[in-house]
Design a protein around this ligand. Structure first.
Ligand code: ASP
Ligand code: MG
Length: 417
């Protein structure tokens, strides 16, 4: 069994869906679980719908009709036969959604969110499955809610591995092509959960793990994993191979091509992960596997909009274990993620994302007990496999406010000079 994952961009319009068929035609007679995300930016639109419904922010009916039109547009371009059963099926799905938002919300926000936002994946997989069958790529639409099970932490479902393993046993023995949803899962209740935004890669990895797949392929609009984001760097190089360890580190420091949660399950079963281009499927892409050697070139990860917070005791005493545990507790409580940190005798510095919904509250609370200085509009540059020359190159015209080095990784918080 192979597992493929197609994200939103790879099914964003009728041509993209046709391209999925072209790619699958390259793999005749194979057993493949195809995990698909919501089409294009539909998850954002469904978030908007949820807000309109829950907080009465905006007009739910018009947001829903846009979502509906978008999908029917694609359907009209894909199916010549306007009597194809998919039309009725999709109409019914939208009627259910219309009914759902007519009632007043009965659960808390995250719970309601998951029930609505998950529809993007239900709809996209129905369309793709029907289209592929029409084009003679015979497949079965599989409801992932009957396989992947989580607790009821809405918007961040925690996988019940044992139960998911049991429920996967039939699928792992099956033959053929299965089209299923990324991002969403079932719970012991009738409601469903999601894995959090961008969770479809994780879905692919969970299924690969429980079905003992031979590989996972993530089809993307890039040629593979690059050593830097082309948004920030003119010269980037594709990495042919990455070890699981490096992939985990890169994801942890913020490389967005790899979802941080996804590598571990694959590493445990030594399942290789391919990142390939859906535009040039013939090209090799990148493979993440058991490679033992380090990456041949430095990798750069940029995070902008950083705030460097420097915390010191008001009485000029030392920073000791008690203050540190107190400070960390506060960060955890306010759900502010520490990107890099450093301490000296009298102060403790932390760089965090500038999140307006979380940071002011954190800083205020800290100020009750500590002297707090902060500096915003900074960049955090992480270089894995750095050397002095690369550090100098990225810090030209910048002032380095903080530098943390380990053997393989350097992190620099910098300000434009
Ligand atoms: N559709 C979801 C999102 O946009 C999940 C995913 O694409 O991975 O976040
Ligand atoms: Mg996506």
């Amino acid at each position: 069994m192979k597992v493929f994952k197609f994200g939103g961009a790879s099914v964003k319009d009728a041509n993209a869906v046709k391209n999925v068929a072209t790619i699958l035609n390259r793999f005749p007679n194979e057993n493949i679980i195809v995990v698909i995300s919501a089409m294009g930016k539909i998850t954002n639109a469904l978030e908007q719908l949820t807000d309109a419904y829950f907080f009465k922010k905006g007009d739910a009916t018009s947001v829903l009709s846009e979502i509906k039109n978008y999908h029917f547009d694609i359907l009209n371009q894909l199916f010549e036969n306007k009597n194809h059963p998919i039309y009725d099926e999709l109409n019914n799905t939208f009627v259910e959604l219309e009914w759902a938002i007519e009632d007043e919300p009965t659960h808390e926000y995250n719970h309601e969110y998951d029930q609505i936002v998950s529809m993007g994946e239900i709809i996209s997989t129905k369309i793709v499955s029907a289209y592929l069958n029409e084009k003679n790529i015979k497949n079965e639409w599989l409801d992932v809610r009957g396989i992947i099970q989580t607790d009821n932490t809405y918007r961040e479902g925690r996988v019940d591995w044992q139960l998911t393993q049991q429920l996967s046993s039939k699928l792992s023995q099956s033959k053929g092509v299965f089209i299923t949803q990324g991002f969403i899962e079932g719970t012991s209740e009738i409601s469903l959960t999601t894995l959090g935004r961008e969770g479809s890669d994780y879905t692919a990895d969970i299924l690969a793990f429980t079905c003992n797949a031979e590989s996972v392929t993530i089809w993307k609009d890039v040629t593979g994993v690059l050593n830097a984001d082309p948004k920030w760097f003119d010269e980037t190089k594709k990495l042919e191979q990455i070890s699981y360890q490096d992939a985990i580190e890169l994801a942890y420091y913020g490389a967005t091509v790899i979802h941080p949660k996804t590598i571990k399950p694959l590493q445990n079963k030594k399942i290789p992960l391919y990142v390939k281009s859906f535009i040039h499927p013939e090209e090799k892409g990148t493979v993440i596997n058991e490679l033992q050697s380090p990456l041949p070139i430095p990798c750069f990860i940029f995070k902008v909009n950083q705030v460097l917070i420097s915390i010191s005791p008001k009485d000029f005493s030392f920073i000791i274990e008690e203050n540190l545990s107190d400070i960390f507790n506060l960060f955890a409580e306010k759900q502010v993620k520490v990107n890099v940190m450093q301490n000296s005798a009298i102060s403790f510095s932390i760089s965090v994302d500038n999140d307006e919904r979380k940071l002011p509250d954190l800083i205020q609370t800290l100020q009750k007990q500590y002297r707090v200085l902060y500096n915003d509009n900074l960049e955090l540059i992480t270089i894995r496999y750095y050397d002095q020359a690369t550090i100098e190159r990225v810090t030209i015209d910048k002032k380095v406010l903080l530098e943390v080095k380990s053997r393989n990784t350097v992190q620099l918080v910098v300000k434009n000079a």
